[in-house]
Design a protein around this ligand. Sequence first.
Ligand code: GLU
Length: 502
Amino acid sequence: MIKTRFAPSPTGFLHVGALRSALYAYLFAKKNGGTFLLRIEDTDRERFVEGAVENMVSALHWSGITIDEGVDMEEGTGLDLSVTNGKIIQKGNNGPYIQSERLEIYKKYIDQLIEQGDAYYCFCTKDRLKEVREYQELNKLPTGYDGHCRDLDVNEAKRRVEAGEEYVVRMKMQKEGITIVEDMVRGKVEFQNQLIDDQVILKADGFPTYHMAVVVDDHEMGITHVIRGEEWLPSTPKHIALYNMLGWELPKFAHLSMLVNEQKQKLSKRHGDVSVEDFKEKGYLPEAMVNFIAFLGWNPGGEKEIFSLSELEKEFDFAKVHKPAAVFNREKLDWYNREYIKGMDTSELLKLCMPFFINAGLLEDVQEKNDTWLMNVIDLEKERASTLMELVDGLSFIFAKKLAYDSELLVWKKSTSEESKERLQLLLEFLQNIEEGDWSKGNLEEVVFSWIKEKGFGNGDILWPMRVSLSGQKNSPGPFEIATVLGKEESLTRIKKAIELI
Ligand code: GLU
């Protein structure tokens, strides 16, 4: 039975690169009828951030990833834009799934390693380690622990521990030979054992390091495939050594290549949005995000690019995961998001846009406008917007009491301002005669076009100033769509104001 895990450290938000690791682990488990587990790796107490667990679980829920075992949240945040509204729970028979609650378990195995002679107490002070490092750097030697306490007598060391001396525990790395990591993405990767440090496995604060905890947990929780970012590859030989020392079967490893931006830099906060939260708040749809992220470093082959999560669950395959760094191309993400926005029912979209309308304060003065009207408003931008935020921003002119624009904008390029004013006046008179009941897009389009023809105007002579007077914008949806949504009275008011402006 295949079991994968996602094992974030609660240091803040969920990075999109971490979402990809989680997604691939999830997809691989689902593809193979396996289990996906969530574990919280919080052994680094200095980096712990309050609320980070809730934040991460909620980001996973938002993206549609379901957690079979481990840490989860009682109620999903779903489409809610607030983050932490659920209670953290743990489910399954291999818990606890939060490392700070497993200290006894690690202690047992660390003691075992000491007894076996595979680990040792180390009493070196920070100052001493600093000196060693400086010496190594100065002499261009590989940096790392120099083995000072490696051969201390264990009973003597235990006496010092008992006497209250500060200590850590280090693993005793074998110094000859090589370790080969068989990686599902990168093939065989070789490491020289002599360059591998005697890694600290128990820190002075009584917490294990990541290396010890990850090995113990992956083993005890029955993880068959360890799928994570390539930054962990150099740690893997240490993990393999620990598996061997403890006599445990190795899981399979897959190290996913880094995500980079278009300048080939590591995706980091300094260069813009990196957390799932950032994207959610801008109005990226989870379906688009997941589809886009799945394609960062994987491709099923073929032309099809739009995949739902359940389709991805069927298609995902490690044989098609790429080794080179994956470029996080924002334009492509926008393309995905536009596709999903376009493809969504407007009634669904209305629900998703609501928080954005409210945040933008657009609904405050809207009276007697119902959902059907708001859906018509949304339809104006639905085909064009890259994000929900953009969609709502692009519609603010509909709600504006007064449009602020330069009168120059009303002048169609082939005419003068006098001509534009005159034509808008004629248009106004023509529109005034249209019955309220005939104020529909189809009808307006028909009668206005034939009137333009009858008058011998060019389409742009009329439609350009009409559109600008209704929207106040250089680019906007078409004049008939806007006029229909605004209704006769508001449309005529706006055209009158435009006439006064020229
Ligand atoms: N806790 C590690 C992290 O924050 C997990 C690495 C792993 O998956 O082994 O990314």
